[in-house]
Design a protein around this ligand. Sequence first.
Ligand code: FAD
Length: 447
Amino acid sequence: MPKVIIVGGVAGGATTAAQLRRIDPDIDITIYEMGRDISYGNCGLPYHIGGEVAERDQLIAATPESFLERDIIVNTHHEVMGVDAGRNTVQVKDILNDRTFDAEYDHLILSPGSAPRIIPALFDVPQAFVLHSLEHLDEIKAHIENEGIERAVVVGGGYIGLEMAENLVHRGIKVTLVHRSEEVYPPLERDMSGFIVDELKAQGVDVKLNAEIMEVDGDTATLTTGEEIDAPMIIAGIGITPRTDFLKDSDIATNDLGYICVDQYGRTNHENIYAVGDAIETSYQHVDRPVNVALAWGAHRMAYVISNQISGDRSVQFEGLLGTNIIRFFDHDIATLGLEVSELDDYPHFVIDHKQKNKAGYMADSLPIHVRLHVAQEDGKILRAAVVGTEGVDKRIDVLAAHIRLGGTAMDLANIEVAYSPPYSSPKSVLNMVGYKAIEKMNKLQK
Ligand code: FAD
């Protein structure tokens, strides 16, 4: 019976194990997870802190015991320290018993995810946390409850920072948000993101831009601006790095940043070693360019691809990613897909901007929605899209993702037959209008 070893037991690892077992009832599956828990929804962690997910255990999809019932062996507190691809073995450290051993595999699946970046000034600061796992969630909750926390500092204005700020506000905690530049929420175009700081302020958040934490003394943090702020709890969300250090002595190919290079079957440079999730480098779906996307959709899709591959069905392939993403930020929704703004310069393109109501304008509850497309001059391909609004953003970004996946251009958007009734859209929806504008622009360019 072929033996599969999986490194990492949360999104990519647990999903691949479950998919493999569904396809092949007999294959031998062992997971090594260095942490305490497996198979939980880390995307939901901020919402438990805010109270929207009432019970912590609602975040847990499977446990070692429930996996064992499906004949999947899970070893938590077991860290894979190295891979010997020549001998088909991994070196494992049993953390609680402080012993190491080698384990053999026929197929190895790497899903080690990413590690949150740590701010040097916060090393050894007892009230400083990151939120990347269920263990972190428990530590944060315990600190809030044991210390009666009423104020908190969130460092970083990316999506984790904004989600944390929102959820702490929902919990009744007074938040200070410290962000190193002027530009909060860097995934969004700068000229579209101004409302974020306005909304933070409207929600009572004290916003410190162009500032970083330099030093913490007791419950006081000193910023690089010289200002001192109250910091009885600090949560940092300043980015991530792939957790692939354990591969450094193996000859598994990684890129300059440490992401594991894989092909369309999730295979590394070794036939029987696969990788999935935050730690991989894949390519964009719509342009030939490498990309690292640390989001859950890609992990789940690649889990399906790899499990089919191992069970012998080579017809399923990973088609790359658009990095489609969305966050809710108080009453606003922000979604983007495609190239990052900084990557657009390499592609001659034009921009289509369109603002419209999300439903028939005469409906009392219609709300503005803003769609921006970056369109390739050459062929009308949608290189990047950003959608911002208060309702209906999710629908528009998903339609755009499907449209691009099926090869649709910006001009083709005019021809999408939308479901129209006044409470949902307009007969010419916002995406149709963007399509008409693209046609007009393209016609001008071609004259
Ligand atoms: P993980 O799910 O992080 O699992 C990796 C596991 O591997 C970890 O448990 C780690 O302990 C273990 N591990 C690492 N190295 C080793 C080793 N050497 N030996 C043994 N075990 C090891 N994505 C979205 O798409 N939408 C969202 O709204 C969203 N919200 C998020 C909110 C938060 C707070 C966080 C932290 C993430 C969020 N994400 C979101 C990202 C999403 O959770 C990740 O993309 C996804 O979990 C990646 O799966 P993974 O298997 O690569 O890594």
